[in-house]
Design a protein around this ligand. Structure first.
Ligand SMILES: Nc1ncnc2c1ncn2[C@@H]1O[C@H](COP(=O)(O)OP(=O)(O)OP(=O)(O)O)[C@@H](O)[C@H]1O
Ligand SMILES: [Mg+2]
Length: 876
């Protein structure tokens, strides 16, 4: 390939604006929308030959680092505010306020301390997790190509620099898959389209062009066609542009300072869905207790602190802490052991829930190292002339469109053509490849015929044939020829040409018609070595794999067969276009291979699968995969993916290796499984306690527990349950997608909650018996109830934890140790000096003996219920 410096020289020769002497940078930013290109270059103290390195360094010191949107840090203050806005925290604070209003200062203080502890733990946890994500992200540097000079007299050199070092006034080059590093004004553009989804929500790429003297801009901050913005990326085409604003001064930063524009993912659907159900429960509890107290015992507002405490008892305050800790631990283990980087923590949970994984073919199932195997004419006979035309197309689209690097197919064509590629006819224009049209076109001077130009078009067979002058039979025959080649697993490019009179004006897509078909170039692309095994592993883990490719249906199907995956009936993107979203959802469920997909098709299929209730992961590396990556619950890409893809992926793999996806999914299930177990266990016992307390509150002439006791008990539970973040789940948990389905989940927590409540009520009977039926000693009752609650909680943790230690019959493990601690506190606290402080009395020894019997029975019932639940297919 031609060295970068030479290409910079080409750029200089073609640039319409003469070099400018350096001018000082303006105090206020010039108007990039209205000024002419020349005025704007001058206003920025720059020129088409770029800044000098010294000037760029000065500007970097003045303007600061050009941080990309996804990489901007969240401050601790913002994080704290965010955690206070968490629904549970809000409800807890309201309950605290309510307690303060009725002067229940003890309850109010305990609630506020709970909120404080959970917020502090959460903020520090998230901060630490984010810092490590940030450090890992730093291992994935994103670069921009700038044109700069060593000094005033030096020649312009195009070179890659970290995006953070781009400054206003820099001249940058953009190619397919590049992130737009800052806000820029286009100086020149060829077939440029950009994805502005992060800015405008619009998923289709938007065409952009250089306008030397702009008129009135269209409405909307991101609409001007001659401006591109940080936060967008190049879909296809190329450009040279002037940087007008960086970092916090960009329009994206201004528009998004307020919100973070997150999408709704599987994590939100499950954890948040459950949270809201609980909050409704919580809000219902205090009025219920008050009404019952008033109706049965004629109590008034004095019951309120108890009612509030019961509602607090229901809250899983530690949920955000357990979630963050479990995810952060999983993410750091993945990075350490498998070099897989999770760039958005909740994505790890979603990864554990993935039941459909969509893949592109090239580079994932195959190595994306295509090698030309044949060049054949329309009759299927070898014809080197076809390769020469393909090479002329590849060479001139690469050079005239300023593409930084050739794509893999072009590279293979140039490699196969060798010296001939450079010695071919001289090019005059190029329309670079775009994955929607699946074509690239170059216009060259016709060899030996003055005043004549030849249009050389190469691309997908169907698209090329559509532009050829052919009768339908011939077209069918040529499609058949291509299908035969594809059926052997080859990738294909069709080549067609047309001779035209030379002309001064621009060449456009409209010129690509009436072509003469010249033939096909076929490519071999070896299978990825680990793909076959990984596909088997994924199937074994209950993950359905779907291939979404831009390639020929025959090629895609054969690659699947070679890997031992049954392609079934291949669906082409044209066929999906004829289906409604609902129909596509149904068809997508049973289809494995989708061929000839453009970027929009890939995204639509992913969306249809998600709408059908699947949690979808998407793995891709090309710019044509970007919309689908955005549409999926989890976007994955290899480290070598184009910048735009890597910057928006949730999970970045060290290599293009499907086996790494399998490991990442396992890690996701590990963390997701722990979060699920935590939620199930915590909520079922919380709910059980609330049921029991409500029931006994109706029967007893006094409160079954004092508010302070409820809250201390709650604190003990919370501390013990942090252990779930550290547990190693059993292999059974890792065998299928982890999904918290709110309905099944609620059934679990009410079922096990009722068993828990039954144990509590049995204890109530025991207490009645041991205190000789008088129930006179309230303090003894409270102590007995407290001990029983903590012991049953410890039992539930051990029996329902489903951890590896449980499954493998071993007795150590974080949850086990925490349960033991809880049990010890449950027995000893009422007997310690703290007991009388919390108004707990001593119990007769007989109570402990009877309690042991209740607990033994409870354990048996729990084990039986767990078995039944597992037989019914439920997760523990
Ligand atoms: N440089 C190119 N010039 C012309 N046509 C091309 C070029 N690259 C690809 N094509 C055509 O476009 C088709 C689709 O390519 P695209 O890059 O969209 O998908 P892909 O990367 O092959 O597949 P996947 O989506 O599995 O990664 C190819 O099958 C080929 O026919
Ligand atoms: Mg691709």
């Amino acid at each position: 390939m031609e060295p970068v410096a030479e290409r910079a020289a080409v750029c200089r020769a073609a640039a319409p604006v003469p070099p400018q002497p350096p001018a000082p940078e303006p105090a206020t930013p010039p108007d990039a929308t209205r000024l002419t290109s020349l005025q704007l270059l001058r206003a920025h103290g720059s020129g088409p030959r770029g800044l000098t390195e010294d000037e760029a360094a000065r500007r970097l010191a003045r303007h600061g680092e050009n941080a990309l949107p996804a990489r901007r840090r969240i401050t601790r203050r913002r994080r704290l505010l965010h955690s206070l806005r968490d629904p549970f925290t809000t409800v807890l604070l309201c309950l605290g306020l309510l307690s303060a209003v009725v002067a229940a200062w003890g309850t109010a203080t305990v609630i506020c301390s709970l909120v404080l502890v959970s917020c502090v733990l959460r903020v520090t946890g998230e901060h630490r997790a984010d810092r490590s994500v940030g450090l890992l992200r730093a291992l994935l540097p994103t670069t921009a190509t700038v044109v700069r000079r060593a000094d005033e007299e030096g020649p312009p050199q195009a070179r890659e620099i970290p995006v953070g070092e781009v400054v206003p006034g820099d001249v940058v080059r953009l190619g397919p898959g590049d992130l737009v590093p800052a806000d820029v004004r286009l100086l020149r553009a060829t077939g440029l389209s950009v994805h502005q989804q992060a800015l405008t929500g619009e998923s289709a790429p938007v065409a952009k062009e250089a306008v030397q003297e702009p008129g009135a801009p269209p409405p909307g901050p991101f609409a001007p066609p001659h401006l591109c913005f940080q936060g967008s990326s190049v879909a296809y085409g190329s450009a040279t542009a002037l940087v007008t604003a960086t970092g916090a001064a960009t329009r994206f930063a201004a528009a998004h300072r307020a919100g973070d524009g997150r999408r709704f993912t599987a994590f939100d659907r499950s954890v948040h869905g459950i949270s809201w159900t609980l909050i409704r429960f919580m809000l219902l509890t205090p009025p219920l207790v008050l009404v019952a107290g008033a109706a049965l015992h004629g109590r008034g507002l004095e019951t309120l602190p108890f009612a509030v405490a019961v509602a607090v008892g229901l809250t899983p305050e530690m949920l955000p802490v357990v979630v963050t800790t479990a995810l952060a631990r999983g993410a750091s283990r993945l990075a350490r052991e498998h070099r897989v980087i999770v760039t958005r923590l909740p994505a790890l949970h979603d990864l554990g829930a993935v039941d459909v994984l969509c893949l592109d073919k090239t580079g994932t199932l195959t190595q994306d190292r295509p090698v030309v195997t044949r060049a054949l004419d329309a009759e299927g006979q070898d014809d080197p002339e076809v390769l020469r035309w393909a090479a002329a197309n590849a060479w001139w689209t690469l050079h005239l469109a300023d593409l930084p690097v050739p794509d893999a197919l072009d590279e293979a064509v140039l490699e196969a053509a060798g010296e001939e590629a450079a010695d071919g006819p001289e090019g005059v224009a190029a329309l670079p490849f775009d994955p929607v049209r699946r074509l690239s076109t170059a216009v060259v001077r016709t060899p030996g015929r003055l005043g004549r130009h030849t249009l050389v078009v190469k691309g997908a067979v169907e698209q090329v044939l559509d532009r050829c002058a052919l009768d339908p039979d011939e077209r069918e025959r040529l499609l058949g020829l291509a299908a035969t080649e594809a059926a052997a697993g080859s990738r294909l490019l069709a080549v067609a040409v047309a001779e035209r009179d030379s002309r001064p004006g621009e060449w456009t897509h409209a010129d690509e018609r009436g072509l003469t078909f010249r033939g096909l170039v076929t490519f071999g692309d070896a299978l990825a070595p680990t793909a076959a095994d990984a596909l088997g592993e994924l199937a074994g883990r209950g993950v359905g794999v779907k291939i979404l490719t831009g390639d020929h249906p025959g090629t895609a199907a054969q690659v699947c067969r070679d890997l031992g995956l049954d392609p079934g009936q291949v669906l082409t993107a044209d066929e999906t276009d004829r289906l409604t979203d609902a129909e596509l959802g149904a068809v997508a469920r049973r289809t494995t291979v989708f061929a000839r997909c453009g970027p929009g098709h890939k995204a639509r299929i992913v969306t249809a699968l998600r709408a059908g209730g699947h949690t979808v992961g998407f793995l891709g590396d090309g710019v044509n995969d970007l919309p689908a990556l955005h549409a999926a619950d989890v976007g994955l890409c290899p480290r070598g993916a184009v910048d735009a893809v890597r910057e928006s992926a949730d999970v970045v793999l060290a290599e293009k290796d499907l086996a790494a996806v399998d490991r990442a999914i396992t890690a996701g299930r590990h963390s997701g499984g722990n979060i699920g177990t935590y939620l199930r266990i915590t909520l079922s016992s919380n709910l059980g306690n609330v049921f029991a307390m409500l029931a006994t509150a109706l029967l007893l002439p006094f409160l079954p527990m004092l508010p302070a006791q409820v809250l201390v008990q709650n604190l003990c539970f919370d501390a013990a349950q942090l252990a779930f973040a550290y547990e190693r789940p059993s292999r059974a948990v890792l065998r299928r997608p982890i999904r918290l389905r709110p309905r099944g989940f609620l059934r679990f927590i009410t079922g096990f909650g009722l068993i828990n409540a039954a144990a509590d009520v049995a204890t109530f009977g025991v207490l009645a018996l041991t205190t000789h039926g008088t129930l006179a000693s309230q303090e003894a009752f409270h102590a007995g109830w407290f001990t029983e609650n903590l012991l049953t909680q410890a039992l539930v943790m051990v029996i329902l934890r489903g951890g590896r230690h449980a499954a493998e019959g071993r007795s150590t493990g974080p949850v086990h140790r925490a349960a033991l601690g809880l049990a010890v506190i449950g027995v000893l606290l009422p007997l310690s000096p703290l007991g009388p402080l919390l108004a707990m009395g001593t119990l007769p020894p007989l109570y402990y003996a009877l309690l042991a019997t209740v607990l033994a029975l409870y354990a048996v019932v729990l084990v039986l219920a767990r078995r039944r639940h597992e037989r019914a297919g439920g997760a523990v």
